[in-house]
Design a binder for this molecule. Structure first.
Ligand code: RIB
Length: 285
Protein backbone atom coordinates (compact mmCIF):
# COMPACT_ATOMS: atom_id res chain seq x y z
CA UNK A 1 0.00 0.00 0.00
CA UNK A 2 1.21 3.51 -0.81
CA UNK A 3 2.29 5.86 1.93
CA UNK A 4 0.60 9.28 2.14
CA UNK A 5 2.95 12.25 2.09
CA UNK A 6 1.88 15.86 2.75
CA UNK A 7 3.95 18.66 1.25
CA UNK A 8 3.66 22.27 2.42
CA UNK A 9 5.67 24.40 0.07
CA UNK A 10 6.36 26.58 -2.91
CA UNK A 11 5.02 26.34 -6.44
CA UNK A 12 6.99 28.21 -9.12
CA UNK A 13 7.41 28.45 -12.82
CA UNK A 14 11.11 28.06 -13.63
CA UNK A 15 12.52 30.23 -16.42
CA UNK A 16 15.83 28.60 -17.29
CA UNK A 17 18.82 29.91 -19.27
CA UNK A 18 21.35 27.11 -19.76
CA UNK A 19 24.63 26.46 -21.52
CA UNK A 20 26.42 29.76 -20.80
CA UNK A 21 28.84 30.45 -17.93
CA UNK A 22 27.19 31.74 -14.74
CA UNK A 23 27.41 35.56 -14.64
CA UNK A 24 29.36 37.42 -11.94
CA UNK A 25 27.52 40.33 -10.26
CA UNK A 26 27.14 43.13 -12.81
CA UNK A 27 28.16 40.88 -15.72
CA UNK A 28 26.07 40.00 -18.80
CA UNK A 29 26.72 36.68 -20.52
CA UNK A 30 25.18 35.57 -23.83
CA UNK A 31 24.84 32.29 -25.68
CA UNK A 32 22.36 30.52 -23.39
CA UNK A 33 19.32 28.55 -24.52
CA UNK A 34 15.93 29.06 -22.87
CA UNK A 35 13.32 26.68 -21.45
CA UNK A 36 10.46 26.97 -18.95
CA UNK A 37 9.35 24.22 -16.60
CA UNK A 38 7.11 23.85 -13.56
CA UNK A 39 9.25 24.09 -10.40
CA UNK A 40 9.41 25.32 -6.81
CA UNK A 41 10.98 23.27 -4.05
CA UNK A 42 7.60 22.24 -2.64
CA UNK A 43 6.09 21.27 -5.99
CA UNK A 44 9.27 19.43 -7.00
CA UNK A 45 9.20 17.44 -3.76
CA UNK A 46 5.50 16.66 -4.24
CA UNK A 47 6.08 15.35 -7.76
CA UNK A 48 9.21 13.43 -6.74
CA UNK A 49 7.30 11.65 -3.97
CA UNK A 50 4.45 10.91 -6.38
CA UNK A 51 6.78 9.42 -9.01
CA UNK A 52 8.29 7.24 -6.28
CA UNK A 53 4.88 5.75 -5.58
CA UNK A 54 3.43 7.84 -2.75
CA UNK A 55 -0.04 9.35 -2.52
CA UNK A 56 0.72 13.06 -2.20
CA UNK A 57 -1.26 16.05 -0.96
CA UNK A 58 0.17 19.49 -1.72
CA UNK A 59 -0.55 22.67 0.25
CA UNK A 60 0.54 25.86 -1.49
CA UNK A 61 -0.54 29.00 -3.35
CA UNK A 62 -0.45 30.26 -6.93
CA UNK A 63 -1.44 33.66 -8.32
CA UNK A 64 -4.46 34.54 -10.43
CA UNK A 65 -2.31 35.00 -13.53
CA UNK A 66 -1.51 33.15 -16.72
CA UNK A 67 1.42 31.27 -15.18
CA UNK A 68 -0.49 29.31 -12.53
CA UNK A 69 -1.78 26.50 -14.75
CA UNK A 70 1.66 26.00 -16.30
CA UNK A 71 3.20 25.81 -12.82
CA UNK A 72 0.66 23.17 -11.73
CA UNK A 73 0.44 21.23 -15.00
CA UNK A 74 2.67 18.23 -14.23
CA UNK A 75 1.42 17.89 -10.63
CA UNK A 76 -2.15 17.80 -11.94
CA UNK A 77 -1.36 15.38 -14.79
CA UNK A 78 0.39 12.93 -12.47
CA UNK A 79 -2.25 12.80 -9.75
CA UNK A 80 -0.92 14.96 -6.90
CA UNK A 81 -3.90 16.00 -4.75
CA UNK A 82 -4.15 19.78 -5.22
CA UNK A 83 -7.20 20.47 -3.05
CA UNK A 84 -4.85 22.28 -0.63
CA UNK A 85 -3.60 24.65 -3.35
CA UNK A 86 -5.29 28.06 -3.42
CA UNK A 87 -5.35 30.73 -6.10
CA UNK A 88 -4.68 34.13 -4.52
CA UNK A 89 -6.34 37.21 -6.02
CA UNK A 90 -4.06 40.01 -7.23
CA UNK A 91 -0.90 37.97 -6.66
CA UNK A 92 1.63 36.67 -9.17
CA UNK A 93 2.51 32.98 -9.37
CA UNK A 94 6.01 32.36 -8.01
CA UNK A 95 8.76 32.54 -10.62
CA UNK A 96 12.35 31.27 -10.42
CA UNK A 97 14.98 32.71 -12.75
CA UNK A 98 17.58 29.98 -13.14
CA UNK A 99 20.97 30.01 -14.85
CA UNK A 100 22.58 26.61 -15.52
CA UNK A 101 26.27 26.44 -16.46
CA UNK A 102 27.70 23.94 -19.00
CA UNK A 103 28.83 21.70 -16.12
CA UNK A 104 25.37 21.64 -14.56
CA UNK A 105 25.80 24.10 -11.66
CA UNK A 106 23.05 26.65 -11.12
CA UNK A 107 22.17 30.06 -9.74
CA UNK A 108 18.54 30.70 -8.75
CA UNK A 109 16.64 33.83 -7.81
CA UNK A 110 13.01 33.42 -6.76
CA UNK A 111 10.21 36.00 -6.98
CA UNK A 112 7.95 34.41 -4.37
CA UNK A 113 4.64 36.06 -5.30
CA UNK A 114 1.71 33.98 -4.04
CA UNK A 115 4.02 31.58 -2.15
CA UNK A 116 4.19 34.26 0.55
CA UNK A 117 0.46 33.73 1.15
CA UNK A 118 0.71 30.12 2.37
CA UNK A 119 -0.89 30.36 5.81
CA UNK A 120 -1.68 28.39 8.95
CA UNK A 121 -5.31 28.36 7.80
CA UNK A 122 -4.33 26.64 4.56
CA UNK A 123 -2.13 24.12 6.41
CA UNK A 124 -5.16 23.15 8.50
CA UNK A 125 -6.66 21.65 5.30
CA UNK A 126 -3.91 19.02 5.20
CA UNK A 127 -5.30 15.50 5.87
CA UNK A 128 -3.46 13.22 8.29
CA UNK A 129 -0.36 11.84 6.57
CA UNK A 130 2.33 9.24 7.23
CA UNK A 131 4.85 12.04 6.77
CA UNK A 132 4.89 15.79 6.15
CA UNK A 133 7.77 17.46 4.31
CA UNK A 134 8.34 21.24 4.24
CA UNK A 135 11.03 23.59 2.91
CA UNK A 136 11.60 27.31 3.49
CA UNK A 137 10.21 29.00 0.36
CA UNK A 138 6.89 29.64 2.17
CA UNK A 139 6.37 31.62 5.41
CA UNK A 140 7.90 30.03 8.51
CA UNK A 141 4.53 30.31 10.32
CA UNK A 142 3.09 27.85 7.80
CA UNK A 143 6.03 25.48 8.34
CA UNK A 144 5.54 25.67 12.13
CA UNK A 145 1.79 25.05 11.71
CA UNK A 146 2.62 21.90 9.73
CA UNK A 147 5.07 20.87 12.46
CA UNK A 148 2.40 21.33 15.16
CA UNK A 149 -0.16 19.46 13.09
CA UNK A 150 2.01 16.50 12.13
CA UNK A 151 0.92 13.11 13.49
CA UNK A 152 3.58 11.09 11.64
CA UNK A 153 7.14 11.80 10.54
CA UNK A 154 7.82 15.55 10.29
CA UNK A 155 10.65 16.42 7.90
CA UNK A 156 12.01 19.78 6.84
CA UNK A 157 14.49 20.58 4.10
CA UNK A 158 16.04 23.78 5.50
CA UNK A 159 16.46 25.38 2.08
CA UNK A 160 17.05 28.14 1.29
CA UNK A 161 18.99 28.71 4.53
CA UNK A 162 17.44 31.31 6.84
CA UNK A 163 16.84 31.88 10.53
CA UNK A 164 14.18 29.52 11.90
CA UNK A 165 12.83 28.89 15.42
CA UNK A 166 15.15 26.84 17.64
CA UNK A 167 12.20 24.52 18.34
CA UNK A 168 12.14 23.45 14.69
CA UNK A 169 15.88 22.71 14.67
CA UNK A 170 15.65 20.77 17.93
CA UNK A 171 12.41 18.84 17.43
CA UNK A 172 11.89 18.09 13.72
CA UNK A 173 12.07 14.31 13.24
CA UNK A 174 14.22 14.73 10.13
CA UNK A 175 16.23 17.70 8.87
CA UNK A 176 17.80 17.66 5.40
CA UNK A 177 20.46 20.22 4.44
CA UNK A 178 23.27 20.53 1.91
CA UNK A 179 26.83 21.42 2.93
CA UNK A 180 26.30 25.18 2.65
CA UNK A 181 23.10 25.04 4.68
CA UNK A 182 24.80 22.84 7.31
CA UNK A 183 27.47 25.54 7.69
CA UNK A 184 24.76 28.21 8.05
CA UNK A 185 22.93 26.38 10.87
CA UNK A 186 26.17 25.14 12.46
CA UNK A 187 26.17 23.69 15.96
CA UNK A 188 22.40 24.07 16.32
CA UNK A 189 21.92 21.07 14.02
CA UNK A 190 23.72 18.91 16.56
CA UNK A 191 21.01 19.73 19.15
CA UNK A 192 18.41 17.98 16.98
CA UNK A 193 16.73 15.08 18.80
CA UNK A 194 15.89 13.18 15.60
CA UNK A 195 17.88 12.66 12.41
CA UNK A 196 19.89 15.16 10.39
CA UNK A 197 21.02 14.31 6.87
CA UNK A 198 23.67 16.41 5.12
CA UNK A 199 23.98 16.03 1.34
CA UNK A 200 27.48 16.62 -0.02
CA UNK A 201 27.10 16.31 -3.81
CA UNK A 202 29.79 14.02 -5.24
CA UNK A 203 30.85 13.13 -1.65
CA UNK A 204 27.51 11.46 -0.91
CA UNK A 205 25.35 12.00 2.17
CA UNK A 206 25.89 11.73 5.94
CA UNK A 207 23.31 10.75 8.55
CA UNK A 208 23.51 12.09 12.12
CA UNK A 209 21.46 10.92 15.09
CA UNK A 210 21.64 12.80 18.38
CA UNK A 211 24.51 14.84 16.96
CA UNK A 212 26.64 11.78 16.11
CA UNK A 213 27.41 10.13 12.75
CA UNK A 214 25.01 7.23 12.33
CA UNK A 215 25.41 6.33 8.66
CA UNK A 216 26.44 7.44 5.21
CA UNK A 217 25.83 6.76 1.54
CA UNK A 218 28.27 7.34 -1.33
CA UNK A 219 27.12 9.31 -4.36
CA UNK A 220 26.30 7.38 -7.53
CA UNK A 221 28.69 8.13 -10.37
CA UNK A 222 26.70 10.02 -13.02
CA UNK A 223 27.38 12.86 -15.46
CA UNK A 224 25.69 16.02 -14.23
CA UNK A 225 23.61 17.86 -16.81
CA UNK A 226 21.59 20.04 -14.41
CA UNK A 227 21.62 19.87 -10.60
CA UNK A 228 18.36 21.86 -10.26
CA UNK A 229 15.92 19.85 -8.18
CA UNK A 230 18.45 17.25 -7.00
CA UNK A 231 18.08 18.34 -3.37
CA UNK A 232 14.30 18.26 -3.69
CA UNK A 233 14.45 14.75 -5.15
CA UNK A 234 16.76 13.56 -2.38
CA UNK A 235 14.49 15.01 0.34
CA UNK A 236 11.31 13.52 -1.08
CA UNK A 237 12.89 10.12 -1.71
CA UNK A 238 14.31 9.95 1.81
CA UNK A 239 10.94 10.80 3.34
CA UNK A 240 9.08 8.28 1.15
CA UNK A 241 11.58 5.53 2.03
CA UNK A 242 11.47 6.24 5.79
CA UNK A 243 7.66 6.48 5.74
CA UNK A 244 7.60 3.07 4.03
CA UNK A 245 9.63 1.66 6.90
CA UNK A 246 13.01 1.28 5.17
CA UNK A 247 15.91 1.38 7.61
CA UNK A 248 17.84 4.69 7.61
CA UNK A 249 20.88 3.43 5.62
CA UNK A 250 18.68 1.88 2.90
CA UNK A 251 16.60 5.04 2.80
CA UNK A 252 19.76 7.13 2.39
CA UNK A 253 20.91 4.95 -0.52
CA UNK A 254 17.44 5.12 -2.13
CA UNK A 255 17.51 8.93 -1.86
CA UNK A 256 21.05 9.12 -3.26
CA UNK A 257 20.04 7.02 -6.28
CA UNK A 258 16.99 9.21 -6.92
CA UNK A 259 19.05 12.41 -6.67
CA UNK A 260 21.74 11.00 -8.97
CA UNK A 261 19.14 10.28 -11.64
CA UNK A 262 17.69 13.78 -11.26
CA UNK A 263 20.97 15.48 -12.20
CA UNK A 264 21.29 13.52 -15.46
CA UNK A 265 18.48 15.44 -17.19
CA UNK A 266 17.67 19.13 -17.68
CA UNK A 267 14.98 20.95 -15.66
CA UNK A 268 13.67 20.30 -12.16
CA UNK A 269 10.36 18.51 -12.67
CA UNK A 270 11.18 16.93 -16.08
CA UNK A 271 14.20 15.24 -14.47
CA UNK A 272 12.49 13.62 -11.47
CA UNK A 273 12.90 9.82 -11.65
CA UNK A 274 10.25 7.12 -11.39
CA UNK A 275 10.34 4.34 -8.83
CA UNK A 276 11.40 1.78 -11.43
CA UNK A 277 14.28 3.99 -12.63
CA UNK A 278 15.54 4.28 -9.05
CA UNK A 279 15.19 0.54 -8.43
CA UNK A 280 17.06 -0.21 -11.66
CA UNK A 281 19.97 2.00 -10.59
CA UNK A 282 19.98 0.44 -7.10
CA UNK A 283 20.10 -3.06 -8.60
CA UNK A 284 23.22 -2.33 -10.69
CA UNK A 285 26.34 -4.06 -9.35
O1 RIB B 1 15.26 23.44 -5.78
C1 RIB B 1 15.03 23.85 -7.09
C2 RIB B 1 13.90 24.85 -7.13
O2 RIB B 1 14.29 26.00 -6.42
C3 RIB B 1 13.56 25.33 -8.52
O3 RIB B 1 12.60 24.52 -9.16
C4 RIB B 1 13.10 26.76 -8.28
O4 RIB B 1 11.75 26.97 -8.52
C5 RIB B 1 13.49 27.08 -6.84
O5 RIB B 1 12.41 27.11 -6.02
Amino acid sequence: MSVRIGIVGSINLDLVASGAPLPAPGETVTGASFARHPGGKGANQALAARRLGADVTMVGCVGDDGLAESALSILRAEGVDLTGVETVKDQATGVALIAVSPDGENQIIVASGANACVSERLVSKMPDCDAILCQLEVPIDAVMAAFERSKGLFAVNLAPAMDVPDQLLAEADLIIVNGGEAAFYGEKLLQNKGRVVVTLGKDGAMLYENGKVAGSAPAFDVTAVDTTGAGDTFSAALVVALAEGQDPESALRFASAAAALAVTKAGAQPSLPTRSEVETLLAKP
